[in-house]
Design a protein around this ligand. Structure first.
Ligand SMILES: *Cc1c(COP(=O)(O)O)cnc(C)c1O
Length: 237
């Protein structure tokens, strides 16, 4: 165990929790209603195990092979109380494999993913929590990550019909080149319309190291924070 690294992670975690608490109070919300998902992509399993010792219960990963190997290593080392979120772009030919290790997939943005995820969850023998990723990009932008807000209800119905998937809510990333507060205000509107049809899908995953305050102000129930906890990721990605 690297004592220095663990001390650094402890201090960083405390700083992030302070930010979350302050943002929640500023928004008139209970800080206990905002959960922290620590994004551990590109960092070693030893960091994930240190985070587990420090009380972290949710981690996020965005590459299937890296995450599956890391989870195996953590489980074998006894750090088995963690919930693993998949937060990355999902190819339909990998979706079934992701469903075999992930506890929650946050990045479901098209109907084509539903069948493979459902079958993967069935093979694993327990239900998979799912968020729909909604795009906050202006319409027409190339390479949008996330579903068009107009398509959310149809996508939600597909997920709701899948036997082994549980629809939990929405996820979004603030687009580059726009004030996060403006993007997340739009997200809050999309979410309230969505909740009218899917009242149990109350999770809102939004906010990262640079914009978690704005996301909490807009109602985020989960923030996904990497850099502010673990430091900068290796630049070769
Ligand atoms: C990497 C990543 C994060 C974490 O970003 P930081 O700026 O390092 O906090 C959050 N969400 C998604 C979807 C990511 O890919």
């Amino acid at each position: 165990m690297d004592v220095t690294r663990e001390a650094q992670l402890r201090a960083n975690l405390a700083g992030v929790h302070e930010r979350i608490d302050a943002a929640a109070r500023a928004a008139g919300r209970d800080p206990a209603d905002v959960a922290l998902v620590v994004v551990t992509k590109y960092f070693p399993a030893s960091d994930v195990q240190a985070l587990a010792r420090l009380g972290v219960t949710e981690v996020g990963e965005n590459r299937h092979q890296e995450a599956a190997a890391k989870r195996e290593e953590c489980d074998a080392a006894g750090a088995s109380g963690l919930r693993w979120h998949f937060i990355g772009g999902l190819q339909s030919n990998k979706a079934g494999a992701v469903a075999r290790w992930a506890d929650e997939v946050e990045s479901v943005d098209r109907a084509k993913l539903v069948g493979p995820l459902d079958r993967g969850a069935a093979e694993r023998g327990r239900p998979l929590d799912v968020l729909l990723q909604v795009s906050l990009d202006p319409p027409g932008r190339e390479q949008r990550a996330g579903a068009d807000p107009a398509d959310l209800d149809a996508l939600a119905d597909r997920v709701a019909d899948a036997e082994h998937l549980r629809l939990r809510g929405l996820m979004a990333v603030a687009p580059l080149g726009e004030e996060p507060a403006a993007a997340f205000a739009r997200l809050a509107g999309i979410r309230s319309a969505f909740l009218a049809h899917h009242p149990d899908a109350t999770v809102l995953s939004a906010g990262m190291s640079g914009d978690l305050e704005q996301a909490v102000a807009a109602g985020a129930t989960h923030v996904r924070v990497g850099t502010a906890v673990l430091g900068s990721r290796p630049s070769v990605q």
